[in-house]
Design a protein around this ligand. Structure first.
Ligand code: G3I
Length: 347
């Protein structure tokens, strides 16, 4: 039975957005306005802002920040450091000379520009590697250039350039009941413990929450202890990229949407019992825009056809490709009763 939200729980709701989704009036824009937090899905990364060295362009980021300001919404900066979205010129430069001023200049560019408008930042995204890492630290351009202490250095640099923002690290692969996710949970706890013991400014930990039905049920008791262990280290928590990768598209839409909603409800049942959990962010609102369609050739082909056959694409977000409400949306509205999304009834 899906437990009712605890009275102490006031989790906010957010979603990932792209600037082109903020332009045309319609159900998607209306739903975006019902979010408390907006996160740039792609346009906030270093390589999306400064493709060429010394020539940063903030147009897309500015659009998202301005839209949020116009609608009284918060923005989560995503992300100051993420290996996949580090410009090639920066990777090469870090390889040749290990000069932190290169990284600090990038931080200052963004933190100064959006100070007072972006109040929480993912400083380092996806730092863990429990299989090929160096002490469970992923071997990135930053780790190779500056050692495992680059994470602490990045957090301190961010605090220096925006003393008021909440500073986060953000991780995937934490929500399944298997040895890989368990190793990642243990590694994250170890990293957070080391950072807090060294008095490094870390305010929040993002748990991405990309659920995969093929990996089985959410291990609720284990996640509850994991969330509490993090909270006991004096950090706030956030579910930052929630969506669901389905495992069987042959079922009826009704059955499929129920499975997706049940998986999300199972995760939210744990989240809403944890007072340190501040928000739930889905990684988009409509299946039409979900990165998950790229996870298989068939769903990628299906989402590029017109009209889209709903049965052939992944249905892991609150609304379908035509912005029809799905059961996952009702689950979110029920559990996030203090958020704007709970007032979203019709589009
Ligand atoms: O916008 C450009 C377009 O102008 C250009 O023509 C086209 C050609 O490649 O690329 C478009 O950009 C794409 C962008 O998504 C559009 O939003 C990029 O190629 C593509 O790489 C980018 O993928 C994003 C990916 O991160 C890499 O940044 C996905 O949308 C986004 O959902 C995904 O999100 C990540 C989180 O940041 C971190 N956690 C995992 C999550 C899923 O991979």
């Amino acid at each position: 039975m899906h437990q009712a939200p605890t009275s102490t729980q006031a989790m906010l709701f957010g979603t990932a957005v792209r600037p082109d989704q903020l332009v045309h009036e319609g159900p998607l824009l209306s739903a975006i306005r019902h979010c408390d937090i907006l996160v740039p899905e792609y346009h906030g990364h270093w390589s999306a802002v400064e493709w060429r060295r010394g020539d940063p362009w903030f147009g897309n980021y500015d659009e998202i920040a301005q839209f949020a300001a116009n609608h009284g919404q918060s923005v989560r900066g995503h992300s100051l450091i993420w290996e996949q979205m580090t410009p090639d010129w920066a990777r090469r430069e870090m390889q040749v000379k290990q000069d932190w001023r290169l990284v600090e200049r990038h931080f200052a560019n963004l933190l100064h520009r959006y100070r007072g408008r972006i109040d929480e930042w993912i400083v380092v995204n996806e730092m863990i590697d429990t299989e090929n890492g160096d002490g469970f630290m992923r071997r990135t351009s930053f780790q190779r250039a500056f050692g495992n202490d680059y994470v602490a250095h990045a957090l301190r640099t961010a605090r220096k350039h925006d003393p008021d923002a909440r500073l986060m690290i953000n991780e995937y692969g934490l929500c399944a009941d298997n040895p890989v996710d368990e190793a990642r949970r243990v590694a994250l706890l170890r990293h957070v413990e080391q950072l807090k013991k060294a008095d490094v400014p870390l305010d929040m930990v993002g748990i991405q929450g990309h659920l995969e039905l093929a990996k089985g049920a959410v291990p609720q008791a284990r996640l509850s202890r994991f969330f509490q262990d993090l909270a006991d280290m004096n950090v706030k928590l956030a579910l930052t990229e929630v969506d669901v990768l389905e495992d069987d598209l042959s079922l009826s839409l009704r059955e499929r949407d129920a499975k997706v909603a049940d998986a999300v409800a199972s995760l939210l049942d744990v989240a809403k019992q944890q007072p340190a959990m501040t928000s739930v962010t889905t990684w988009g609102l409509s299946d039409r825009h979900s990165w998950l369609q790229q996870r298989s050739e068939s769903t990628q082909n299906a989402v590029e056809r017109s009209p889209i056959n709903e049965a052939q694409i992944n249905r892991g977000l609150p609304f379908d490709s035509a912005m029809r409400t799905k059961q996952m949306m009702h689950t979110l509205a029920y559990d996030l009763s203090n958020s704007r999304i709970s007032s979203l009834r019709t589009l």
